[in-house]
Design a protein around this ligand. Structure first.
Ligand SMILES: O=C(O)CCC(=O)C(=O)O
Ligand SMILES: [Fe+2]
Length: 490
């Protein structure tokens, strides 16, 4: 009984990236993607889902919650830990955490501007500064800081007059701010959020080094417990680690903006979420767990058959194919990639150093980019479990890429193959050079429309030393490339 799995995704003004990443992860797994626009939902009774369907609501609106509650039925695989949880909404998560014995900062819901009460609470919360927090905002927008009684009095007066009830909270100084993304009973990724200059609030890190899948055990346990306390199996948990090592739980957000770790940390969170839901659907239906996927090297695709263009040498498995794109396509791609403003608008990860300027270009950025990605996947006969972007790179005179292997592991996936498309005739210099190729070193000259592809991992799963490569220094002009890195489970 292996029918196609379907992911039902409830949208209502969700950032486009969230849906794009879920859609791409579903496509990579052969899961059908069904999107609902919550405000226009028709509530026909026959829409209620059957057992084995996958359900996720990335939207936060009330309309979206209602649709989710309507669609849900026992046997549906969602991030709710049990059937009742989908109908429950906890209005005071901090209290729930506290009652569950989890460490939270001292706090108090402030319904009164009574001066004596506020003085008393300021003292109980450890004195100033204090955090004054308003629910319903994100990105630190609802979090204020009061440094004195006059500040607190005036702020609380204003808030209550405008119909907002703040929560007062102790201020944890000298703390690292962390976001931990929990999937199921695992902390899938954590990232440290630096403090903004001259601010007490942190912002989502964009430095790849700040992201880790090896989450500290105490923080992982706290994050998983927080999510479970709310009856959930997915969430973005905010935790402070005080200089003393002590942890404070601030929030567990569901849904949470998961593309952040995917875009900036390269962690395939969408795929991990879908794998979790698929496993859960099987469990709920009593179907045997997913078999471990066949190892990528058992693939019978063209790359494994030696059928991807002209083979260069014996090792690594390296091929070159000219005219991978038509002249028209080349022209279109050049127009897109020469438009610096367009490029910057597509990707938040713009880098510039001695390896040229580069960014992760979403395949959703333009139909032609998506078509190229799919075309390379069929040429190589490989799926890509992290195929949501192509890496754009532009070298200028003097720039190069030092010797390295592309073999790289992240979140249960391994980068096994690379396909690089050259978009112009570059040189002198700029060749992709494989100094340890057998029987002799190989250089691929960048030519407009040429694709070079290779495996970085041997059939036995070892890193292939012959696949070490570099981009030789470009002596003049530019070298423009779009590269797909193929990630497969393993
Ligand atoms: O630009 C090239 O020729 C090689 C680039 C490369 O190796 C990489 O981006 O991993
Ligand atoms: Fe590389």
């Amino acid at each position: 009984m292996h029918t196609t799995m379907r992911l039902h995704c409830i949208n209502d003004n969700v950032p486009q990236q969230t849906v794009a990443l879920l859609r791409a992860a579903a496509a990579a797994r052969g899961i059908e993607f069904i999107e609902y626009h919550a405000p226009a939902f028709d509530y026909r009774p026959e829409r209620v889902l059957g057992a084995g369907e996958l359900l996720y609501r990335p939207a936060v609106s009330l309309a979206a919650q209602r649709v989710e509650q309507f669609l849900y039925a026992p046997g549906v695989a969602s991030f709710y830990a049990h059937d009742a949880a989908v109908l429950q909404h906890c209005s005071n998560p901090l209290l729930a955490f506290q009652r569950a014995g989890l460490p939270v900062p001292r706090h108090f819901h402030c319904h009164s501007a009574d001066r004596e009460l506020l003085r008393d609470w300021a003292e109980r919360l450890g004195g100033f500064p204090l955090i004054v927090k308003f629910a319903g905002f994100s990105g630190g927008k609802g979090v204020l800081r009061a440094d004195s009684l006059p500040a607190l009095f005036s702020l609380v007066d204003f808030a209550l007059t405008t119909g907002k009830v703040p929560m007062l909270m102790s201020y944890v100084d000298e703390a690292e701010h962390w976001r931990v993304v929990v999937i199921g009973q695992q902390a899938a990724v954590a990232y440290r959020n630096p403090l903004d200059v001259d601010d007490f609030r942190s912002y989502g890190s964009v430095a790849a080094d700040d992201f880790t899948t090896a989450v500290d055990a105490d923080m992982a346990e706290l994050a998983v417990d927080a999510v479970a306390t709310l009856g959930l199996e997915f969430g973005g948990v905010d935790i402070l680690r005080h200089a003393s090592g002590r942890l404070y739980l601030l929030e567990a957000n569901f849904p949470c903006y998961h593309p952040h770790a995917e875009e900036h940390g390269g962690i395939p969170v969408s795929g991990m979420m879908l794998d979790y839901l698929c496993d859960k659907a099987r469990r709920l239906q009593g179907i045997a767990p997913r078999e471990a996927p066949a190892p990528w090297h058992a693939s019978r695709g063209p790359l494994r058959r030696g059928d991807c263009g002209q083979r260069l040498g014996d090792a690594p498995e390296l091929y070159v194919l000219d005219d991978f794109v038509t002249g028209d396509e080349l022209q279109q791609l050049r127009t897109l990639l020469d438009d610096a403003a367009w490029l910057r608008a597509q990707s938040s990860q713009f880098k510039a150093d001695f390896t040229g300027e580069s960014c992760e270009l979403p395949v959703a950025a333009h139909p032609l980019v998506g078509a190229l990605a799919t075309r390379a996947q069929s040429l190589l006969g490989l799926d890509n479990h992290m195929g949501q972007t192509l890496r754009y790179r532009r070298y200028r005179g003097g720039e190069h890429h030092p010797l390295h292997s592309d073999d790289y592991r992240v979140g249960g996936l391994r980068l096994v193959a690379t396909a690089i498309l050259y978009l112009n005739d570059a040189g002198p210099g700029g060749e992709t050079h494989f100094p340890q190729a057998q029987p002799a070193a190989v250089s691929v000259t960048p030519r407009a429309g040429r694709l070079a592809c290779w495996l970085s991992v041997t059939g036995e799963g070892a890193q292939d030393a012959a696949a070490l490569h570099e981009s030789l220094a470009l002596q003049a002009g530019e070298k423009i490339t779009l590269t797909q890195f193929f990630y497969l489970p393993g």
